[in-house]
Design a protein around this ligand. Structure first.
Ligand code: SF4
Ligand code: SF4
Length: 489
């Protein structure tokens, strides 16, 4: 068994160690992927087969396809998803968002956080097993390549232990070359979600000296993904993933998890043929024949029969392995299945607990706020500020004039021609340098604006100025500012 740790049942204090002894009989007292000195125990999981693996494969191909073609998909000319942190520009399902959409971002983040809580409380780590990119890429892409090149678990273990012959060097080199090439593709895909495909192609095709930072990030992302999938593997889920840590605080006895039905399985013991279930029952034996197939396929090296554990990513491999064993010995499938601990212990169906009801109410309220914010979101956002350091001026015909800086963000996927009109006072507004202003799609434009008022419109040297922002004769926004002049004209 790959996760069989030499001396796992011993309980002793290491010489010279000040720490308390490891109780290897207690699975909670040690990591299945570390030996008694804390060194990594490499896991060689057996290739899973079965209906859940098949379903997961279909879901994986679909999600991986979406992930890889995502940056190339355009909606209304905008990327499907873009998180350009550098230019502070975001595109979600083709809708452009700017840092000014703070309220929307805040509510969306709250909604995201709350839904994680609710989802995890109800369905445990369904996300980890079925949709997490780390699991999909590790189990469905990198692991499959490994099986193809090095064979199943036993062959991998033998190759691992073998001396460095030409055969071993060739296999390892081919595997790691493919891993690195794939990591390059994954790293660049991630980068294109951040900077956009156009910028990524520019970095690849332009003079490298112009894109030193971009190239450095390409290498960094490639190296990080290579290390994760070639070396770090299940450790990323156990030690790094914050969601993995969070789930242990959220799940309870009503959460749906991959669980071993200990009431049906215990007491475990080998099957001595011919032995009927009734005979096993008489001997106090359950359905578990202690074949360790569920452990052999586990990519995190744990034994699910010990109960729900932090390392379990709910990948369903043990469910398939155990179902195959049950088929062989003529017992019903589902000794390891999706179930809540309560349903196993008390044979109760899934319950919608008050805690879940509370989470759901908060989730619905936040969703309503988000929908409202999105529905009332203005297509443009503008600001009119007095030009810093500029004083008022008086024209030859006695009018007063102020200089402003006008900034306008176009959040739509088409150009917007913009004109400005005073709304609360009679006066003249002139866009400097040009008669009109056209804001490119999903972009920002800024210009200087001159406003002229007659002195009688000012009270105590000031006037409140409301300016309408018009496009094709329709007011799309209003901005407010102050007009200043002499206190005693
Ligand atoms: S695969 Fe099933 S029968 Fe075999 S050890 Fe695991 S739980 Fe028991
Ligand atoms: S215990 Fe089962 S579901 Fe959990 S990680 Fe291992 S094989 Fe996957």
């Amino acid at each position: 068994m790959t996760c069989d740790v030499p001396g796992r049942n011993e309980m002793k204090l290491e010489a010279g160690s000040a720490s308390r002894p490891i109780n290897r009989r207690d699975f909670r007292d040690h990591l299945s992927t570390a030996d008694r000195h804390g060194h990594r125990q490499w896991v060689f999981p057996k290739k899973p087969h079965g209906r859940f693996y098949r379903y997961r494969s279909w879901v994986s191909w679909l999600l991986l396809a979406v992930m890889f073609i995502g940056p190339f998909v355009r909606i209304n000319g905008n990327p499907l998803l873009l998180f350009n942190i550098v230019e502070r520009r975001f595109s979600i399902f083709g809708q452009i968002f700017w840092p000014h959409d703070t309220a929307i971002f805040a509510v969306a983040l709250l909604l995201f956080g709350t839904s994680i809580f609710i989802f995890t409380a109800a369905f445990g780590r369904l996300w980890c097993g079925w949709t997490c990119p780390q699991t999909l890429l590790m189990e469905m892409v990198f692991r499959r390549i490994e099986y193809l090149i090095e064979g199943d678990a036993a062959a991998q273990r033998a190759l691992h232990a073998a001396p460095w012959t030409r055969r071993k060097i060739t296999r390892k080199a081919v595997k790691h070359f493919i891993f690195f090439a794939l990591s390059f593709v994954i790293g660049n895909t991630l980068l294109s979600y951040v900077i956009g495909v156009e910028q990524l192609f520019r970095i690849m095709t332009d003079d490298p000296r112009k894109h030193v930072i971009g190239l450095a990030f390409m290498l960094l992302f490639t190296a990080v993904f290579y290390l994760i999938f070639a070396r770090f593997r299940e450790q990323a889920c156990t030690f790094i993933c914050p969601y993995g840590r969070l789930q242990s605080t959220v799940v309870d006895e009503n959460t749906l998890v991959v669980a071993y039905d200990y009431r049906r399985g215990e007491m475990r013991g080998p099957l001595r043929r011919p032995q009927t279930p009734e005979q096993r029952k008489t001997l106090g034996l359950g359905d578990c024949v202690n074949c360790f197939q569920c452990v052999a396929v586990c990519p995190t090296g744990i034994d699910i029969r010990n109960g729900t554990q932090m390392e379990c990513i709910n990948c369903t491999a043990c469910m398939d392995a155990c179902d195959a064993v049950m088929d062989r010995i003529g017992r019903p499938r589902g000794l390891i299945r999706y179930a809540s601990l309560d349903s196993i212990e008390q044979r109760k169906p899934f319950r919608f607990t008050p805690r879940l009801a509370g989470y759901t109410a908060v989730l619905l309220a936040l969703a309503a706020v988000l929908v409202f914010l999105l529905a009332t979101r203005s297509p443009v956002e503008s600001v009119l500020l007095r030009a810093p350091g500029a004083l008022f001026q008086q024209t030859a015909d006695g009018r007063l004039q102020n200089l402003y800086l006008f900034k306008v963000i176009n959040k739509t996927s088409h150009e917007i021609p913009v004109t400005l009109r005073p709304e609360n006072v009679g006066g003249l507004i002139q866009v400097m340098g040009r008669g009109d202003l056209t804001v490119p799609r999903a972009d920002l434009a800024q210009t200087s604006v001159l406003v002229q008022l007659v002195p009688e419109q000012l009270i105590a040297g000031k006037a409140r100025l409301v300016v309408g922002v018009y496009s094709n004769g329709k007011r799309i926004e209003t901005v407010e500012t102050t007009f200043v002049g002499p206190r005693n004209p």
